[in-house]
Design a protein around this ligand. Structure first.
Ligand SMILES: CC(C)(COP(=O)(O)OP(=O)(O)OC[C@H]1O[C@@H](n2cnc3c(N)ncnc32)[C@H](O)[C@@H]1OP(=O)(O)O)[C@@H](O)C(=O)NCCC(=O)NCCS
Length: 161
């Protein structure tokens, strides 16, 4: 049986999420990132900013936890966009990100059974992971808010849930 369980965000989770987002980003970010990019990212993951994103709507967070607490999360927006995916380093390669992605994709498809594509902007590090799931790069790496990412998408129109 898996050591991990998955559930929706609950108020208070933003503290643990901030730590996982921050520690994982700083460890796996592209070394070429500009200081301003790091600063912008750290601002975007402040606990109050996470809450604000959820209040503004069309966003949700699914968290993965084990007996020690939250170990990873996926944030979604707009019914077809994966916007954050971070797994604590000591829990990598346990299938957590894949399960979070499957759950997020199934949610999208429950809301819109005719959904055609899921989109995201990948860090350089995560591209091989997303490719394993079936995503393909749809353009060159680009810089937004001083953070580099590559646009990717996956066609889900023929997939079974
Ligand atoms: C990328 C990341 C989310 C993957 O999380 P994970 O929980 O370790 O991934 P999983 O264990 O679910 O892996 C699923 C599959 O992808 C493969 N995979 C995972 N990370 C990989 C990597 N860095 N390179 C190549 N393949 C990878 C696994 O081997 C597995 O393959 P399998 O299904 O054939 O066994 C995690 O490494 C992470 O948090 N990275 C830093 C933050 C980041 O870059 N996030 C993305 C922001 S866009």
């Amino acid at each position: 049986m898996s050591n991990y369980t998955y559930r929706d965000y609950r108020p208070g989770d933003e503290i643990a999420l901030n730590k996982i987002y921050k520690d994982t980003f700083l460890e796996f970010m592209d070394p070429a990132i500009e200081p301003e990019g790091v600063e912008n990212f750290l601002k975007a993951i402040q606990p109050e900013v996470i809450i604000q994103r959820l209040i503004e709507g069309k966003r949700s967070i699914i968290v993965a936890e084990c007996k020690t607490g939250i170990v990873g999360a996926v944030e979604t927006k707009d019914g077809n966009h994966i916007s954050m995916l971070f797994i604590d380093k000591s829990h990598h390669r346990q299938g957590i990100a894949k399960e979070l992605m499957l759950q997020a994709i199934n949610r999208f498809r429950e809301i819109n059974p005719n959904l055609q594509t899921i989109i995201l902007n990948s860090s350089k590090y995560a591209i091989p992971f997303y490719e394993k799931l079936g995503f393909v790069c749809t353009g060159p790496e680009r810089k937004r808010n001083s953070v580099l990412s590559t646009p990717m998408e996956m066609n889900v129109s023929n997939q079974m849930t």
